[in-house]
Design a protein around this ligand. Structure first.
Ligand SMILES: Cc1ncc(COP(=O)(O)O)c(C=O)c1O
Length: 378
């Protein structure tokens, strides 16, 4: 028997969905943020595999757009990033937001990872590592101005302000803090954190300062200091909710239709029979589910596009399957083998996040490992 014809890309043929990451758009977003910052340096936060987009592809694209300074959450991410840069970018600075993880000091030193010191305990620890090395070690100091997550709380800042000697042996690259409400420009907490940050910086030895994340960049020049640390905006998340997104969508996601069927009232769809047809309804079932990061909270709330027409998710999102009501779409568009767009130029990660009762950040970082990924440009 003759074997079936091989498609041009068998891996794409086998996958339930096609994910495209537009690296040109990532670079355009970086340049847009850099423009907003005037001459102030712009880092890239590439933790969580560059917000789910693939650090191995996104970080070099950012370098090509001009970035030299990167933030990750964990030392393993920093090691991976250093390896990505090994042959190409000798001068990339890699900062580890979660601090110096105890027992991993040798890894920080071997891979040139710079910890963000989040407490006096972190600071004393890293100073001891510097003393043992008999050389100054680079570090960033994080002062808390209201997140109450990481960073020196007020009482620890008081201690340090009265004893600058505790920074001896450390080369302070930045003093940083993190904004809690930057995406809400009218929130008075922004100005309070700005004032507290200025005061904190004034009590420490002179060092460059960094406050703004993606949304913080759009709060104005007062928030820019010497370095901004955007992450989400690079991926197309709107840093100014409620206003037009100044950035380009980066991710396209197309789900394959496995099967189409007609039902009529009072038939139900999916686990729990949470959707019931009230009349003749055409259904398309696609080959992805919550195991691919399409959140279960999108059950009966998610939306897709076929040929520019909106099609709603009906019934519960299950592990590997989601069903859409495609009654409003011509049958030749909604057929097995055709695709439903879950993310495209008109349906961004912010809208999907809002429908899920979440945010674009979670939609991006949840993007599944089973998708067939391809990258454009960069
Ligand atoms: C300390 C710090 N700086 C910068 C960022 C990047 O923030 P965003 O993705 O909102 O730009 C984060 C993200 O959580 C962070 O924790």
């Amino acid at each position: 028997m003759a074997s079936p014809a091989r498609p041009p890309d068998p891996a794409a043929a086998r996958a339930g969905a096609l994910l495209t990451v537009d690296l040109d758009a990532v670079q355009a977003n970086y340049r847009r943020l850099a423009r907003e910052l005037g001459g102030v340096a712009c880092a890239g936060a590439v933790k969580a595999d560059a917000y789910g987009l693939g650090m191995a592809r996104v970080a070099p694209a950012l370098v090509a757009a001009g970035a030299r300074c990167f933030f990750v959450a964990l030392p393993d991410e920093g090691i991976a990033l250093r390896r990505i840069f090994a042959q190409t970018v000798a001068d990339a600075e890699i900062y580890v937001l979660n601090g110096p993880m105890r027992g991993a000091e040798a890894d920080y030193l071997a891979h040139g990872l710079i910890p963000v010191l989040n407490s006096l305990d972190d600071l004393d620890h890293w100073r001891a590592v510097a003393a043992a090395q008999d050389r100054p070690l680079a570090a960033v100091l994080h002062v808390d101005t209201g997140m109450n997550r990481l960073g020196l709380p007020r009482d620890e800042l008081d201690v340090l302000a009265g004893d600058h000697g505790r920074l001896e042996g450390l080369e302070l690259r930045y003093v940083l803090s993190h904004l809690a409400c930057a995406e809400d420009a009218a929130n008075p907490m922004n100005a309070r954190q700005l004032a507290d940050f200025r005061a904190a910086v004034g009590r420490l030895p002179p060092a460059p300062a960094s406050l703004a994340n993606s949304s913080g960049i759009f709060l104005g020049a007062d928030y820019h200091f010497d370095l901004a640390r955007p992450g989400a905006a690079l991926s197309g998340v709107n840093p100014t909710p409620g206003q037009a997104n100044p950035l380009r969508q980066v991710v396209r996601l197309h789900w394959k239709i496995l099967q189409v069927r007609e039902i009529d009232a009072p038939q139900a769809v999916g686990y729990g029979a949470t959707f019931r047809a009230t009349g003749p309804t055409r259904l398309a079932t696609v080959a992805v589910g919550y195991a691919d990061g399409y959140l279960r909270s999108l059950s009966n709330r998610g939306m897709g596009h076929i040929g520019g027409v909106q099609v709603p998710v009906v019934g519960r999102v299950s592990m590997d399957l989601v069903t859409f009501d495609v009654s409003s779409v011509p049958a030749d568009l909604a057929r097995p083998g055709a695709t439903i767009d879950l993310l495209d130029a008109d349906l961004g990660v912010d809208e999907v996040g809002a429908r899920a009762g979440s945010v674009g950040y979670e939609i991006l970082t949840a993007l599944g490992r089973r998708y067939h990924r391809s990258y454009l440009g960069g």
